[in-house]
Ligand binder design. Structure first.
Ligand code: CP3
Length: 344
């Protein structure tokens, strides 16, 4: 299926674009009342994720309602621990929780990396359905959590500010930590290959907790696995978003991937300087969307100017906050779409 709007793919590959493409991390769910309606019909978040027709429906909502230049398949990064044998629950208003966590070599050996595509078949079906419904309107982004971020949840059992239990394991038992990270990576590779076969046009890895590691630990426990995963999926453009790990961008710049995402603590000038020739993605502070339309337009235009017209994918510096008004998010998106006819 030929894409009618392939701005995202061209920008990711460093090809020339007429205008900067835009999508928003966590665009499905969170801010749209239409999402909440589907979610209420589904009964639970996990049921929504596991039902291809419903996952497809909420994947399309931001394309139809907000007019973004890409869809991102509705799922969660935590389907990988589940497929490995560590199921999660989503506590209303509190976030994910695991009944069991990983502490010992026995715990790791019980995790199974076989038949990952079969166990996550519902994601494959959701992607195929979404591709049919999109009918080439915009590309579809597939994703997974980066291994260290998944490791954090599997060891900690829930969200955390510091992830000290996870970091403790890196210090106390690095061999055990590596064996868990290897299993996560192996499963993630199978999972992403499945997403590409089903029709994902670009893959993003979310390393949401990268920022709890310093450069040395990141280099030892996070970077090698990200490289291993990306080296296994050369078929599509690849994006890394490692929140808080600005120091890793020069390593990413030397790696086999196309786009480096940045959070809002980095200036566009710094992002450019650290990214070599790669495309950069980001990075408006999500809290900028609490401002007036005038303020949103001003900071969005500033961001566009600072990144320049090419090799940039506009996005927020992290997921959109749940209490942002959809009109404010739309103002961000429209400002990008209306701002420029890029000079080539
Ligand atoms: O981007 C999208 O809109 C696609 C769907 C998507 C979800 N989660 C749906 C979701 C994506 C890409 C994710 C990724 C994800 N999940 C990350 C990485 C991105 C980031 O924000 O850093 C992380 C850390 C998770 C784990 C997770 N899932 C948490 C911490 C929570 C609870 C709080 C929250 O809303 O973020 C979830 C639940 C979740 N995942 C929801 C949605 C729409 C809300 C659940 C609900 O509807 O009740």
């Amino acid at each position: 299926m030929e894409l009618k709007n392939d701005l995202l793919i061209r920008a990711a590959k460093g090809e020339q674009v007429e205008r900067t493409p835009v999508w928003v991390m966590r665009q499905a769910g969170r801010v749209l009342p239409e999402y909440r309606a589907t979610r209420a019909r589904a009964g639970s978040f996990i049921h929504l994720v596991r039902t291809p027709e419903l996952a497809c429906e909420v994947t399309l909502q931001p394309v139809d309602i907000l007019g973004v230049d890409a869809a991102i398949i509705f799922s969660d990064i935590l389907v990988i621990p589940e497929a490995l044998g560590l199921p999660y629950e989503m506590d209303e208003g509190k976030g994910p929780r695991f009944a069991e966590v990983i502490r010992t070599a026995q715990d790791v050996s019980r995790l199974s990396t076989t038949e990952i595509p079969l166990k996550l078949d519902y994601v494959s079906k959701a992607i195929q359905l979404t591709k049919t419904e999109l009918n080439g309107r915009v590309p579809l982004i597939g994703f997974a959590g980066a291994p260290f971020t998944i490791f954090c949840y599997m060891v900690e059992g829930q969200g955390s500010k510091e992830f000290s239990k996870a970091r403790r394991m890196l210090r106390e038992n690095p061999i055990l930590a590596h064996s868990l990270l290897s299993k996560i990576s192996e499963a993630t590779i199978e999972y992403l290959k499945m997403q590409i076969t089903a029709g994902a046009n670009l893959i993003q890895l979310f390393d949401s907790w990268a920022g709890v590691l310093g450069p040395d630990l990141y280099k030892e426990f996070a970077l090698p696995y990200i490289k291993q995963i990306f080296n296994s999926i050369p078929e599509v453009p690849r994006t890394i978003f490692a929140k808080g790990a600005w120091f890793a961008s020069e390593w990413f710049a030397e790696s086999e991937l196309e786009t480096i995402g940045f959070d809002w603590t980095v200036t566009p000038q710094q992002a450019r300087a650290w990214s070599g020739n790669k495309t950069v993605q980001g990075n408006l502070d999500p809290s900028a969307l609490y401002g007036s339309f005038e303020d949103i337009k001003k900071s969005t235009k500033e961001m566009l100017q600072n990144f320049g017209t090419q090799k940039h994918i506009a996005n927020l510096g992290h997921g959109v906050y749940p209490d942002i008004h959809p009109d404010n998010l739309k103002c961000f998106i429209d400002t990008i779409k209306n701002n420029q006819t890029n000079q080539i």
